[in-house]
Ligand binder design. Structure first.
Ligand code: NAD
Length: 364
């Protein structure tokens, strides 16, 4: 255990988070979905989308930005093309329901385009790809975010114009095998990672941030405090910057959930609104249905057979690093920094858990 952190077992952490959500008014099923989703993000090593989100979620339920025990509804039905409203419910509930609609329709029609709008934070987008892949479906997901201030500059821009707009594509593995899960933010770095560096007073790597004049900086302080604010750069120069723009249009404008723009930005708000355009494809309905799975496995073996570069242990495919981290963290427990743990404990007290209950649930 490093100085300034606690180690918590994944199952205890899930019990603790579930108890916080239940005390806050979520029904047991919703509380369990939120807890499982966030703890899995920690297990996969994406702490920026793990249990550290809980204080903000509870602030948002109390402020009316996230509606407890809400459900998704189909508001426009064209068979294989549906628009689903998340009704500002917990993303962990409504995105799951929307993907279930998409899977059922894709089974019937071969494909389903799901325009999901108006959700509270839907967390790791890979979770929704994995849900589709568990049902044997290929899926691709474009996501945008609004409800709070802009964070990420467009390619060449000195001012932020959108946020970390994630993209995901998931390919189901063979029966009993592993899925390919490509799932990333289109920004160089997640905002949570900038916050950690800022809290530790550490400089960040070059090439991630710009200051308010558009000049490169390694100072995470340009994203925090009272400003003037800089921005996070998009990944991959004009290519990542272009994908971020596409995500905002497909997920925001096309679904009716709206893009990140002066119409939807709420300065000084902790709200999080996610919209997502998902395309769910049944591989059994395409011409390669007989060969595609074997061909995919052969291709992956070919890709992984590349001799690693000096200093690289092995060539991995998307999804593998997360599974390796999950194996480690299931064994060793999840390390949570003191700042996050204190915030989580304060939130637990706010919803009425006693210190004795916190200790009994978390084991910390
Ligand atoms: P990241 O930069 O860690 O990239 C993760 C992806 O790259 C995964 O698919 C992973 O398997 C793959 N990968 C990483 N190392 C690899 C290697 N050595 N070889 C092969 N593949 C490798 O992810 P990120 O951009 O920090 O995003 C983290 C999470 O945050 C994602 O789950 C994303 O969906 C989520 N997110 C959500 C929102 C939201 O609004 N809900 C916004 C931004 C990000």
């Amino acid at each position: 255990m490093a100085v300034g952190e606690v180690i918590v077992r994944a199952d205890r952490l899930a019990d603790f988070v579930k108890a916080i959500c239940e005390r806050d008014g979520s029904d047991p099923a919703e509380a369990a979905l939120v807890a499982e989703n966030l703890v899995l993000a920690n297990l996969f090593g994406h702490d920026s989308h793990g249990v550290g989100m809980i204080p903000r979620y509870i602030e948002n339920t109390r402020a009316g930005n996230c509606h407890r025990n809400g459900h998704a509804t189909i508001v426009l039905d064209h068979g294989p093309v549906i628009t689903v409203d998340g009704n500002k419910g917990y993303g962990q509930v409504v995105a799951r329901e929307a993907m279930q609609f998409g899977i059922e329709r894709a089974r019937e029609h071969g494909v389903c385009v799901v325009g999901l709008r108006n959700c509270h934070h839907i967390g790791r987008i890979g979770a929704w790809g994995e849900q589709c892949a568990d049902a044997g479906m290929i899926s691709t997901h474009y996501v945008n975010v609004h409800g709070h201030k802009s964070l990420v500059a467009p390619f060449g821009g000195a001012e932020p114009r959108f946020t970390t707009n994630p993209y995901c594509c998931t390919i189901p593995g063979p029966p009993g095998g592993e899925h390919i899960v490509l799932d990333f933010a289109t920004s160089q770095v997640a905002m949570g990672k900038v916050r950690v560096a800022y809290n530790k007073r550490e400089a960040m790597e070059a090439g991630l941030l710009i200051d308010h004049e558009g000049n490169p900086t390694t100072d995470p302080g340009v994203m925090w405090g009272n400003g003037p604010f800089g921005a996070i750069l998009p990944f991959g120069l004009h290519k990542g910057g272009g994908l971020a723009v596409i995500c905002d249009i497909l997920a925001g404008a096309l679904t009716g959930g709206l893009t990140h723009s002066p119409k939807t930005i709420k300065a000084n708000s902790g709200d999080i609104v996610n919209n997502m355009l998902s395309i769910v494809i049944d591989p059994a309905k395409l011409g390669g249905s007989e060969v595609w799975q074997q061909d995919t496995q052969d291709f992956i073996a070919w890709v992984k057979s590349s001799r690693p570069q000096p200093g690289v242990e092995a060539v991995l495919v998307p999804g593998e690093p997360e599974r390796m981290r999950r194996a480690q963290r299931l064994g060793k427990g999840i390390a949570i920094d003191d700042t996050t743990w204190n915030q989580l404990s304060d939130t637990a007290r706010l919803v009425g858990l006693t210190d004795a209950e916190i200790r009994a649930l978390s084991g910390v």
